[in-house]
Design a binder for this molecule. Structure first.
Ligand code: SAH
Length: 225
C-alpha cells in the first residue's frame, strides 16, 4: 500500500514516519510513504503557497494553484483510491475507517496549514475529509501521521505478530483487556492468577470477560453499535 502526503512542512513528518512499525513496514516494502513539499508546485519566486483571505480575516489561506498542480501531478502518476483533506470539520477518524483504508492501494493525504486551504480545493479536488478529533491542530501533518500509523499497523506484515491487531481496542467494538508482564508481583501488586495458570481456555475466557466489562464501564455506547 502507498501513501502520498502533501505538506508545506515535510520535516515535521520525518520522525514519526521513520520509527517503530511504520519504519519497519517501509523497510520491508509493506508500505510506501512519500512526502511531497507543496512549495515545489508554487509559481512564486519565493515559493510562497499562502495568501490573505478574501473578506479580510486574520491569518493566511493556502492557495488553490499549488495544491491543484500537486494533486494533478500525483494523479497523473497513479490512481488514488482516496484524496483526503485532513480537517477538523471532516468525518471522524475511527478504527473502522482505518480498517477500510488498509484495504486500499493508494491514498493521497493533503495537510492543511494556516487557516486551511482555499475552499475550492475542498469542493473540486478531494474525495474525502477526515478529522482526528474535535480540537484544532496547527497543521494536518500530525493528523496525517495518525492516519498512516493506524492504517499501516493493520497491513499484513506490518506488525511483528500478525494476530496482535485483532485483539486491539475497537476491533469487534470492544476495548482491549488489561495486559501484564514480569515480574508477577511488584510492591505487593499481583498479576491476576489466571494469567499465570497456563490454562489457555481459562485465559481467553478471562480476557473476553475483562474486555466486555471494561467496555461496558468505560464506553458502553460501543456495545450498542
Ligand atoms: N480554520 C480551520 C482550522 C485550521 S487548522 C477551522 O477552524 O476549521 C490548520 C490545518 O490543520 C487544517 O487545515 C487541517 O488540515 C489541520 N487540522 C487541524 N485540526 C485538525 C483535526 N482535528 N483533524 C485533522 N486535521 C486537522
Amino acid at each position: 500500500m502507498r501513501f502520498d502526503i502533501l505538506t508545506v512542512l515535510p520535516d515535521l513528518l520525518d520522525s514519526p514516519l521513520n520509527h517503530s512499525i511504520i519504519k519497519r513496514a517501509r523497510d520491508n516494502g509493506v508500505a510506501e510513504v512519500h512526502v511531497h513539499d507543496i512549495r515545489d508546485w508554487s509559481v512564486d519566486k519565493h515559493r510562497k503557497v499562502d495568501d490573505y483571505p478574501f473578506g479580510g480575516d486574520a491569518g493566511m489561506v493556502m492557495q488553490v494553484q499549488p495544491v491543484h498542480d500537486a494533486i494533478r501531478f500525483l494523479c497523473s502518476q497513479r490512481h488514488y483510491d482516496e484524496i483526503i483533506y485532513t480537517s477538523p470539520d471532516g468525518e471522524r477518524f475511527s478504527q473502522k475507517m482505518a480498517n477500510a483504508f488498509s484495504l486500499k492501494e493508494n491514498i493521497l493525504l493533503l495537510c492543511g496549514h494556516y487557516k486551511g486551504v482555499d475552499h475550492r480545493v475542498r469542493e473540486h479536488l478531494v474525495t474525502r475529509e477526515v478529522s482526528i478529533g474535535d480540537y484544532v491542530l496547527t497543521g494536518g501533518e500530525l493528523a496525517a501521521c495518525v492516519i498512516c500509523d493506524a492504517v499501516i499497523r493493520l497491513l499484513p506484515g506490518g506488525m511483528g505478530d500478525e494476530t496482535s491487531a485483532l485483539t486491539d481496542s475497537f476491533q469487534d467494538n470492544l476495548l482491549a483487556p488489561p495486559v501484564y508482564t514480569r515480574p508477577s508481583e511488584f510492591n505487593g501488586w499481583r498479576v491476576p492468577d489466571v494469567l499465570l495458570s497456563g490454562n489457555h481456555a481459562l485465559i481467553t475466557e478471562w480476557q473476553e470477560r475483562e474486555a466486555y466489562e471494561r467496555t461496558r464501564r468505560l464506553r458502553p455506547e460501543l456495545l450498542d453499535e
